[in-house]
Design a protein around this ligand. Structure first.
Ligand code: KG4
Ligand code: ZN
Length: 350
């Protein structure tokens, strides 16, 4: 089975081709074009601008992914690229996967409508994919995972703990009551003058300092699987308002913010693993690219639950990408008639 996957839920335009042999999933091509440089100028995403960039990038991105899957790349002639890509689609691809939610409606529509047009014109089945579940299934790329397992989604839009019993059965355990972990990092990064999105710079700054400012870890000891990070942003803003910011102080704040967010993520996830007697943890989403978060998980699991196997996707599959959409589609998604698929910006867990 070979699949073309498309992801356009936010500010990344992405397409990938994946191959499944039995339960082994291999990525043949993975192209991601980001408009984040544009959003860095405004310190955050303006949805209208993101969807305009999606429209510009979608056709070249899909063409490049199809060509790359056969070891080719785009040449100077657009019509020749198009012709070759269409041939690959017609002959080599069995099905098309696409993110249908959650996300920004204008961005989602670009991917969904493109996938529908390709499905109709090339007579391929189409598989709609929930972006959140796909972040966890990024771990199935080049990897075999046994059910059950606990999944932690930590991205710019979501923080959720989910128990996966089988490929068709999962249970949402809890999530953020307000800001997601990545959203808190980005908003606090803005207060500190970091570039958008702030995660990578915050990680770099935190790494180069030994001392850090202590902030609260919201809901650390609450008896549930909920998270809340908007208070942390206010706490950081109040702290910064009283200080003269120096490079060193910014580094120490970054260290403290990471620590306070990651402590609560680690503690609640370990509790979920114990409660559901799981020995596998699969983490996904942009924040899972952070090496300090990996270390904190590894240390805590080693001391509390040494049998647990921690899975974290490769960096290119942590932040938004289309390979994870293809992985989920190959493992779990059903075929749907193309005219029945609709973008759903509010999609969550059923
Ligand atoms: O999964 P993603 O690419 O998009 C969403 O689905 O939201 O996640 C983007 C988020 C941003 O908030 C970004 O700051 C954060 O992931 N992020 C990181 C790192 N790289 C990206 N956070 C912490 N450390 C990183 N290295
Ligand atoms: Zn995402």
């Amino acid at each position: 089975m070979r699949i073309l996957a498309i992801e356009t839920s936010c500010d990344e335009t992405a397409a990938a081709v994946l191959q499944q042999n039995h339960d082994e999933i291999t990525v043949l091509s993975n192209v991601t074009v980001s408009s984040s440089d544009l959003h860095a100028k405004t310190g955050g995403i303006i949805p209208e601008m993101a969807s305009r960039e999606q429209i510009k990038a979608i056709v070249p991105t899909v063409i490049e992914a199809l060509l790359n899957s056969e070891g080719k790349s785009s040449g100077p002639s657009l019509s020749e690229n198009f012709k070759q890509a269409k041939e690959i689609l017609d002959i080599n691809i069995d099905s098309i996967a696409v993110t249908y939610g959650p996300g920004l409606i204008g961005s989602l529509l670009v991917g969904v409508e493109t996938a529908k047009a390709l499905s109709f014109s090339s007579n391929k089945t189409i598989k709609p994919v929930n972006h959140l579940l796909a972040h966890i299934y990024a771990n199935f790329i080049d990897n075999k995972i046994e059910y059950p397992f606990v999944g932690l989604i930590v991205s710019g839009g979501h923080t959720d703990l989910v128990y996966f019993e089988s490929s068709s059965k999962y249970k949402w355990l809890g999530g953020t009551r307000d800001d997601a972990a990545g959203e808190a990092i980005d908003k606090i990064g803005r207060i500190l003058g970091l570039s958008y999105p702030a995660g990578p710079e915050m990680e770099k700054r935190a790494k180069r300092t030994k001392s850090q400012i202590k902030f609260h870890s919201p809901l650390l000891n609450s008896d549930d699987f909920d998270f809340s990070f908007s208070g942390l942003k206010s706490e950081a803003a109040r702290f910064v308002a009283k200080k003269q910011l120096t490079e060193r102080l910014i580094d120490n704040i970054c260290g403290g913010i990471q620590d306070s967010i990651f402590q609560v993520l680690v503690k609640k996830t370990i509790r979920a693993l114990k409660l559901y007697k799981c020995n596998t943890l699969a983490i996904g989403g942009g924040v899972s690219a952070n090496a300090k978060l990996h270390d904190m998980f590894k240390k805590s699991i080693k001391s509390e639950n040494p049998d647990v196997n921690i899975l974290i996707p490769k960096k290119e599959y942590s932040t938004d990408n289309a390979a994870m959409i293809g992985a989920y589609a190959l493992m779990c998604a059903d075929n749907v008639e193309w005219s029945k698929i609709q973008a759903n910006p509010e999609l969550y867990f059923d």
